[in-house]
Design a protein around this ligand. Sequence first.
Ligand code: SF4
Length: 175
Amino acid sequence: MVTFELLDEPDSSITEPSTALRRQIQHLFGRSLHIRHVDAGSCNGCESEIKLLTSPYYDIHRLGIFFTTTPRHADLLLVTGAITRAMVDPLQRTYAAMPEPRLVVATGACACDGGIFGRSCLTLGRLSAILPVDTYIPGCPPTPLALIHGLLLTLGRAEQRLHRQILAHHADGKA
Ligand code: SF4
C-alpha cells in the first residue's frame, strides 16, 4: 500500500529558488520573462525536457516565465542543437529582432560546445561562435531543474550587465 505524508511546511530547498527567481524576473523585466526557443540542429532530446517546464509539475508559468514564438516579444533566446550552418542566419535575425536587454542561453551540450556532433562541415559546434552567450546550461539533455537553475544564473548575469550599462552611462556624463 502506498501512503503519502502531508508536509506542514513546504520544502525550502524548492520554494527558495523559485521565490528568488520570481523576484529577479520582477526586478529586471517587470512581471514576466518571455523566452524564444530556437532549435538549431537538436536531436529533440533537449526539447523534450524544455517541454516539461510548462507541465503542471514544473509549471514555470507560476514564476512569470512564458514561451513566445515572436522574437520581438522575447527577453531571452534559448538555443538548442549543435548550430547547423543553415540556422546561422535565422539565429542572427532572431537575435537582431529582440529588444534590449536581451539574453542568450546555450542549452544542452550541443549548443555549449557541439556535444556528440561537434564541429563539422554542417555544424559550427557552439553557439558562442555567432552570438554573445550569457549562460551555458550543460547536460545531454539538461533536466528541467537544471534549466530552471540556468535561468536563475542568467537573470543574475542580466542584473550585472544592466548595472554595467548604467555605470557606463554615468561615466559618459549622461543623466
Ligand atoms: S545536448 Fe544531447 S539531447 Fe540535447 S540536442 Fe544535443 S544530443 Fe540531443
